[in-house]
Design a protein around this ligand. Structure first.
Ligand SMILES: [Zn+2]
Length: 211
């Protein structure tokens, strides 16, 4: 009779599921010892796992559920990881894992254990949480601010007083017209004289006598 241990090719078939490696079972090629389920080699294997013994341990008999420490496909730890991650390994790996399980079931001399997918998982699998834009800030909600997009300030009037540049004395000069002081430019633009004595508002343009 073939050895009934469920072992793995851990290094060759493992895949990352979240932060842990998972793998799948394979058949032991050994012959079971007389009146026993296990071959010579498997008789000495441990049946308790930790991340470092997954490759050497027996992941249960083909008739049994994998032990709770086992991280192979279909084990309790595997489903827990898949549920936490919200996904399973890629389809190629899953196919290989299912095939391996089918082989194990065929090789089992009595009623084989079969993989039970938790009912809670079938619907949620592969549906990762979608990141959505945060809603409008609480204070804007239900107000007119939510309806209209915010207008970006492109230009803001400076609160600095406009700067007056020193004037070219040749182009503008102070003169008197009709008894009041005005500024007259070289081309005849006449400006009011403001309270500080500087050129103010434009008044009119006068004829410039040609020289
Ligand atoms: Zn064996």
């Amino acid at each position: 009779m073939a050895c009934q241990a469920r072992v793995t090719d851990w290094e060759n078939t493992r895949i990352k599921l979240g932060s842990s490696w998972v793998s799948f079972g394979r058949l032991c090629e050994g012959k079971a010892r007389k009146d026993e389920n296990l071959c010579e080699k498997c008789s000495y294997r441990v049946s308790k796992g930790c991340p470092f013994t997954q490759s050497r341990m027996i992941h249960g008999l083909l008739t049994e559920e994998p032990p709770k420490d086992s991280l192979i496909y279909g084990s309790k730890a595997y489903w827990k990881l898949a549920e936490e991650e919200g996904c399973e390994p890629d389809s190629e790996w899953l196919e290989a894992a299912k095939e391996a399980q089918a082989r194990a079931e065929r090789a089992c001399v009595s009623k084989a254990w079969s993989v039970q997918r938790p009912a809670s998982m079938s619907k949620e699998m592969g549906r990762k949480k979608k990141v959505v834009d945060p809603p409008a800030s609480a204070s804007d909600k239900g107000t007119i601010l939510q309806t209209f997009p915010k207008i970006r300030t492109i230009y803001e009037e400076s609160d600095k007083a406009p700067e007056k540049l020193p004037l070219d004395k040749c182009s503008i000069r102070k003169e008197v017209r009709g008894g009041r002081e005005v500024w007259v430019s070289a081309v005849g633009h006449v400006f009011d004289c403001d309270s500080t004595g500087q050129p103010g508002e434009f008044i009119c343009r006068e004829e410039v006598p040609s020289k």
